[in-house]
Design a binder for this molecule. Sequence first.
Ligand code: GDP
Length: 595
Amino acid sequence: AKRENLRNIAIIAHVDHGKTTLVNEMLKQSDTLDMRTELGDRALDTNDIEKERGITILAKNTAVHVGDKQINILDTPGHADFGGEVERIMGMVDGVLLVVDAFEGTMPQTRFVLKKAFEQNLTPIVVVNKVDRPGARPEEVVDEVLDLFIELGADEDQLDFPVIYASAMNGTSSYDPDIQTQEHTMTPIFDTVFKTIPAPEDTSDKPLQFQVALLDYNDFVGRIGIGRVFNGKIKIGDQVSVMKLDGSQHNFRVTKLFGYLGLDRVDIQEAEAGDLIAVSGMDEISVGETVVSPDHPEALPILRIDEPTLQMTFRTNDSPFAGREGKFVTARQLEDRLMRELHTDVSLRVESTDEAGAWLVSGRGELHLSILIENLRREGFELQVSRPEVIFRNIDGVDSEPFEAVQIDTPDEYTGSVIDSLAQRKGEMQNMESTGNGTTRLEFLVPSRGLIGYATEFLSLTRGYGIYNHTFEKYAPVVKNWEPGRRNGALVSINQGATTTYAIMGVEDRGTMFVHPGTEVYEGMVVGMNSRDNDISVNVTKAKNMTNVRSSNKDQTASIKTPRDMTLEESLEFLNEDEYAEVTPENVRIRKQIL
Ligand code: GDP
């Protein structure tokens, strides 16, 4: 038998293609909000308490109720640093919803997530969104999606995917690309999910197997394990065993179970095979562990967790300015916060060092760590970070270092410089292919060491038109006698009226400047900084001539300040408008010299 009224899907989209708007619209046009009112406050979990206290928890799962049916939608992180997490999410669902912008078409960044979906034989549904956009080309975009699926090794069934054309913004959708047929309804999407995505098997009469695939944490209930009930039933009061990864078994009585309603986590009494739920009250329950019935202690196969490949030292701010901008400056506060992060992030490691107030923090990649740093700063932590270093390992007596598979799409004219730049970073070209529309696709294998700081260099090499993506590939013997360009740099803060922006800025090779992708504000911009003693000015290159910029060259750079929340596109536009506000030595300050 099957759970005909339930579907579990993952949603995949390139950033800004409308994932959030679409899920919100599906919620609005469903019966979820009515159910919330019916259940009243009683059912709402600590999530609301958290909201009151100003702590927000991102919805990893959104449950949309349509009549007596339920669709669980799991969000997928869109970056290759989170490959293991994506794999684990794909293991909990039976299909995927790919959202593609009708104007922009497919983007390489979604490739690795889709690839994982196909590897797990998931059924795709394609939603071509933003059909209302002027210049939308929905049918061409469907062809692009088909090409991409073929390239990623989709099988015949997967290539026969259903397509829905939508404007999430207007709340409309249709099976027809003609915008005239768009009606204010999400029904085509709901119907297609129930028609094409397999229902979970109803194996609730088998012994319990619930596997934790994601972690969450809050101060009220502690560690929360999120996962799918693969077999059997679980209810409050049951005696269960947690099968640890080391083979040991810990017994618990079930005291707290969560289900999902809309964007909220709600208390539930029981759950059964097919349900996506969360548990708490089982100590340090962790990813990959299986909750079973004590009479049938059989664990599910373990899940992949990404090993860290990159490390940075986090230090408390010991400068005389400490406490001026942040609320949290003590070693104890930073330590507590890092330990809390470990509750939810299985790919993170935190080790103390010989130095007081300093921790070695290891993660999956630059993005992984920079998101953590950004979050800490937003919460009011003042800290200093070292430049990232890759983690070497000794494997079978051989010193090895991590390598990444790099995929690049670049306008043809920059292909030569891109190949040069990666060759300098010890990359080996694996493949080169012309797409026929004026761009070239390149594939490289590059030591992770060589990729530190590369994203920014790449964007300037390709004038912002190139697309760069990388995934961890393997550990392989260390490249000998090579030290990628040594950099000097500094962590600076820039005061802009009420807001303060931080950037990690480096100086590479005699005055050519780059910004470490540590803050979103500067992503994509080559920013220079002149620092002699404590006299600093911050320069941003003009977008049109971004190669080999010298920060001292007035024709190539301009002093600017930009609003904190600009996207890459917006900042490039901003730069083109010639409206540069001044960043002066008074509002910029070196916070830590990194050598
Ligand atoms: P996400 O990053 O994929 O979650 O994208 P969002 O849902 O945040 O949407 C990104 C931007 O696209 C927002 O400014 C939305 O208002 C806009 N957007 C979303 N759906 C549509 C649509 O159907 N048509 C148009 N024109 N804009 C849309």
